[in-house]
Design a protein around this ligand. Structure first.
Ligand code: ZN
Ligand code: ZN
Length: 440
């Protein structure tokens, strides 16, 4: 029964995709001999991200009678997630490339790829390395300039999980290299993805407490603390899937006072490139503020609040006091404009999805052009959400670019009925001839 078999396969892959979001895979079904055979779990997770975000929205409405997410903040988060994966169109992830290089040239032992022991050891190893990736991302000013993107939302919901840094991936790979001395890349590639995916569901306020699981696992409660700007939250709970590393290394804090989310000094913008890059200017300023080379280096490589004479990770006692009355940045805007922005966002999301699906078939120039268009669109939508005076001009420019790209065949229309711009020439000529005829 071929049809039954197909249905079974589909159900199987849906179940596998859903369980990948919670690290609920057995070693048996997620061990592969070759890196090429490792599924693109993160890419396959997109529909589950959307499904769970809609579920969170619904449950939030039922529970609180209010939306857990705003259009502007949610779209900014998803946009950051999209942008952070754009380098993947042009190269294989640095984390895996560098890892494979070290494995190929310097491995000391070869743990068997098909052993459950290797699977569990890699689970622990990747999570341990992630703890240090993440801790350094907070304790080194230059790395924080990249990672602050993830903390820049003043809300906390599943969309916040997708608010990822574009530049963090250019340094995080270093921390995983020791594992390449023994763990096969195919096993590493599985856990790197599972570890990232696990961190999606913990970005929610709707799950309060998970009882004894809170001892071992990183949970929504622990990670809420990590996203807080209250004094007791700063530089705490770095764990990925497990919270044991924080308990071991003294960076654990349980959730007590109401958490106020976001950066100590919020970015107060939905403009996507500003969210990604604005912090680097503070690094540059701080570097220039000091005269001696040792102070300059300390300014960049010590903690964000470091000053001469202060401890390595700085001192947060001078932070603005958190009162619990903080109001997130959320300029009001008309419903019709919100609908317009959501529709434009969904259209560009479709294009984004298509580029990833067809990247091997498209020319480098086309991929580049579409990447630029995606960035332009997300920037223009950010301008609108920020209510900038120049938003209308930029949006008009973007619409012109869109029509040109449709006409020149860079973009395929989402629906055949929208194919007008590409086929416009002949019908127009015919139309003109026809109208001339009828005038006559
Ligand atoms: Zn963090
Ligand atoms: Zn987070």
């Amino acid at each position: 029964d071929v049809l039954g078999q197909d249905r079974g396969d589909t159900l199987g892959s849906v179940s596998s995709g859903a369980r990948a979001l919670f690290y609920l895979h057995t070693p048996n079904e997620s061990s592969f001999e070759k890196v090429e055979d490792v599924p693109q779990y993160v890419q396959q997770a997109t529909p589950f991200f959307m499904g769970l975000m809609l579920l969170e929205l619904l449950v939030g409405f039922l529970k609180n009678g209010a939306s857990v997410v705003t259009v502007s903040d949610g779209l900014t988060s998803v946009s950051a997630g999209m942008i952070s994966r754009l380098p993947g169109l042009f190269m294989r992830g640095l984390e895996l490339t560098s890892y494979m290089y070290v494995w190929d040239h310097y491995r000391v032992v070869e743990l068997p790829w098909d052993s459950a022991w290797t699977w569990w050891l890699t689970f622990l190893g990747v999570d341990f390395c992630y703890y240090w990736v993440h801790r350094f991302a907070h304790e080194v000013f230059l790395l924080w300039a990249a990672h602050q993107v993830h903390h820049s939302s003043e809300y906390y919901n599943l969309s916040t999980a997708l608010r990822q840094s574009l530049t963090q991936q250019f340094t995080s790979w270093i921390f995983y290299l020791p594992m390449a001395l023994a763990v096969p890349p195919s096993v590493f590639a599985v856990h790197l993805q599972f570890n990232l995916l696990y961190q999606f569901w913990i970005h929610t306020e709707l799950i309060r407490d998970l009882g004894p699981l809170e001892w071992i696992l990183n949970t929504p409660s622990h990670h809420r603390v990590h996203h807080g700007r209250n004094l007791y939250c700063i530089d705490k709970n770095y764990g990925g899937a497990l919270i044991i590393w924080d308990r071991l290394f003294g960076t654990f804090a349980p959730e007590t006072d109401k958490v106020i989310y976001g950066l100590v000094y919020p970015v107060r913008s939905f403009e996507i490139l500003r969210v990604q890059f604005h912090y680097y200017k503070y690094v540059w300023k701080k570097f220039n503020r000091y005269k001696t080379i040792s102070d300059k280096l300390s300014a960049v490589f010590m903690g964000p609040t470091w000053k001469p004479g202060r401890p390595r990770v700085g001192d947060h006692s001078g932070n603005p006091k958190v009162t619990g009355q903080e109001v997130p940045y959320n300029p009001s805007w008309s419903t019709s404009l919100q609908v317009y922005v959501v529709i434009q966002f969904l259209l560009v999301l479709g294009i984004y999805h298509d580029v990833f699906e067809n990247k091997t078939m498209l020319s480098q120039l086309t991929v580049l052009a579409l990447t630029a268009y995606i960035l332009l669109t997300l920037t223009a939508l950010g301008f609108i959400m920020d209510q900038r005076p120049s938003a209308a001009v930029l949006e008009m420019l973007r619409c012109v670019v869109m029509v040109i790209m449709h006409r020149s065949g860079y973009m395929k229309p989402l629906l055949p009925s929208l194919a007008v711009p590409i086929e416009v020439r002949r019908p127009v000529e015919r139309y003109i001839t026809h109208s001339i005829t009828s005038v006559n």
